[in-house]
Design a protein. Structure first.
Ligand SMILES: *[C@@H]1O[C@H](CO)[C@@H](O)[C@H](O)[C@H]1NC(C)=O
Ligand SMILES: *[C@@H]1O[C@H](CO)[C@@H](O)[C@H](O)[C@H]1NC(C)=O
Ligand SMILES: *[C@@H]1O[C@H](CO)[C@@H](O)[C@H](O)[C@H]1NC(C)=O
Ligand SMILES: *[C@@H]1O[C@H](CO)[C@@H](O)[C@H](O)[C@H]1NC(C)=O
Length: 515
């Protein structure tokens, strides 16, 4: 049983991994990643870095150390418990861009955060991917290849100490009858709302908490998340897995059973599938059973969820499902699936996955280039039997219609362009990423920063809804930058050989384990 195997694995201390063991070089994952030529587009990379600086200056002046900038009104917002989410989320991007002053503004602030105190409900998932992921990535980069960017070594150590403090503040979430955590937490009273948890919110903790175990030497963090993950790998009841590897989205922490059969690569499910593969990249020896589940899900996706809109049979989308019934709807969030298949193809030596991922990239590109702003919508569908009359002509031309028209500074399409470029070396993907970046810059730039917009399908994007998401710093600007740089840096994926870093779902690069 997967669970027993996972639980038997101890933590590996970072101090024991200074040299690459020989067995590593012959790992099966290293052999089919040929070295490609990548071309730097220095002017574009610089333009992305300039936008990062503009966004940071607006945030730093008007909102720091609150969570987010409200760029239209020069106000601040605290949607992530008021611990400075944008600052922590910006750290790994500032590091990769070599923005030393910003890096030190962030790392001198992190030691003063009190992760034991907040006025609002805490999401275990959001806190893990943004704060814990951001600090662990900062620690990995600053105790490794980017050590020269820290003015004070004590600030680097504090990144790990604060990660430990944060996890200790959160760990009571796992005190449920099953060991599946509750997501919605009251930190001060160490209580939760005891509601059902979700597939993505349970299944997107394992990379960060295992990394914390490996860095701290405290095996408890890994044990907690491996126990929770075990229920996702072996779902009950059996009906919760309508296609092999593809499961429902609602899970009871009381008894570990699934409570629905709805799913897909959409928000609420998405990054569970992402972390199945990424844990295998993190440690192929420890997490091979997760890879097996990923392969099942990926193969079922190709077989059962692949869908071509009637007016545009040249386009490939991935449907969602209710039981075995297919629902022809997808989301901006889901577009990471393209990059995920490409990454899987590289890691698992599967040209079929790469080819499929490139088809999906093309579908996501279509969703961008067909709107008035050249930015893709939050949610879209392609069911010929329920096209809104007002969108019939649009649907006939584009192959999709818009269910939710906003754009919330999301990264997934540019993220997939990045993986496509790294797998093919085809400059076309750099150009697509640049076109998307220029469109986003032109439409979302407002006041002291960048804002979510109300409608991607009207000129100008409709209303600026006055919110600069923290993942704008962590993800959009990082992937927009990385795809235009030459690619010799060790954190770039697909350099040839085994990847040395794996990006968490918030785009924070985490150094892979050596065993
Ligand atoms: C919570 O985190 C703070 C630091 O951010 C730390 O001082 C405190 O001891 C932690 N509480 C627990 C219960 O670990
Ligand atoms: C390891 O982490 C757990 C979970 O937060 C905590 O309860 C325990 O005290 C830690 N152990 C040590 C030795 O710090
Ligand atoms: C869209 O295509 C359908 C099927 O070909 C056709 O019946 C309908 O008139 C078209 N609608 C518009 C607005 O072009
Ligand atoms: C981004 O927008 C600003 C403000 O409109 C403009 O000055 C700048 O040239 C734009 N950058 C790119 C790369 O389009």
């Amino acid at each position: 049983m997967v669970c027993a195997r996972l639980l038997a694995v101890g933590a590996v201390l970072s101090s024991s991994v200074l040299a690459l063991p020989k067995s590593f070089r012959t790992d099966p994952t290293t052999e089919h990643n040929p070295v490609r030529q990548f071309e730097a587009q220095a002017d574009r990379a610089q333009a992305v870095a300039d936008v990062f600086k503009t966004s940071w200056e607006g945030y730093y002046k008007y909102a720091f150390p609150n969570d987010e900038l409200k760029p239209v009104t020069n106000g601040a917002s605290n949607s992530r418990n008021g611990w400075g989410a944008s600052a922590v989320d910006a750290l790994s991007t500032a590091l990769i861009m070599g923005e030393k002053e910003i890096v030190n503004q962030i790392i001198t602030y992190i030691p003063v955060i009190n992760f034991g105190s907040t006025g609002s409900e805490v999401s275990l998932f959001e806190t893990t991917i943004r704060y814990l992921g951001g600090m662990l990535s900062g620690y990995d980069l600053l105790s490794g290849p980017l050590a020269h960017l820290a003015n004070n070594k004590a600030d680097v150590e504090a990144l790990l100490t604060q990660s430990i403090h944060l996890a200790n503040n959160l760990s009571f979430a796992f005190e449920s009858p099953s060991g599946i955590p509750y997501n919605n937490l009251d930190l001060e009273d160490r209580r939760s709302d005891r509601s059902n948890n979700g597939l993505a919110t349970v299944g997107t903790l394992i990379l960060e908490w295992v990394r914390l175990s490996d860095l701290s030497g405290n095996a408890t963090y890994a044990k907690l998340v491996e126990k929770a993950e075990s229920y996702l790998l072996k779902p009950t009841p059996a009906a919760a897995e309508p296609f092999p590897g593809l499961v429902g989205m609602s899970i009871s922490p009381e008894d570990g059973t699934f409570k629905d059969v709805v799913g897909g690569w959409i928000g609420g499910a998405d990054s569970f599938y992402e972390y199945l593969l990424k844990m295998y990249i993190y440690s192929p020896t420890r997490y091979a059973p997760l890879k097996e589940r990923f392969v099942l899900a990926a193969d079922s996706t190709i077989t059962y969820l692949t869908s071509h809109p009637a007016p545009r049979p040249d386009i490939t989308f991935v449907a969602m499902y209710r039981g075995t019934q297919i629902i022809k709807t997808s989301q901006h969030l889901a577009c990471f699936h393209a990059g995920q298949f490409i990454l899987a193809g590289q890691v698992l030596n599967s040209p079929r996955y790469i080819q499929y991922g490139l088809e999906l990239v093309n579908g996501c590109h279509e969703v961008y280039i067909q709107t008035a702003t050249h930015i893709g919508p939050e949610q879209f569908s392609w069911d010929s039997t329920s096209v809104p009359p007002a969108q019939a002509a649009f649907f006939n031309r584009t192959g999709f219609y818009i269910d939710a028209a906003s754009y919330q500074l999301r990264p997934e399409v540019i993220e997939s362009y990045y993986y496509a470029y790294r797998a093919t070396g085809d400059k076309k993907y750099q150009d697509w990423a640049w076109d998307a970046f220029v469109a986003i810059n032109a439409t979302t730039r407002v006041g002291s920063g960048y804002s979510s917009i109300a409608d991607v399908n009207v000129e100008g994007g409709g209303e600026h809804t006055d919110f600069q998401e923290s993942f704008w710093f962590a993800e959009v600007l990082k992937y927009s930058y990385l795809i235009q740089t030459a690619g010799g840096e060790e954190w770039q994926v697909g350099k040839g050989g085994r990847d040395r870093w794996v990006f968490n779902t918030e785009a924070h690069p985490v150094r892979v384990a050596y065993s």
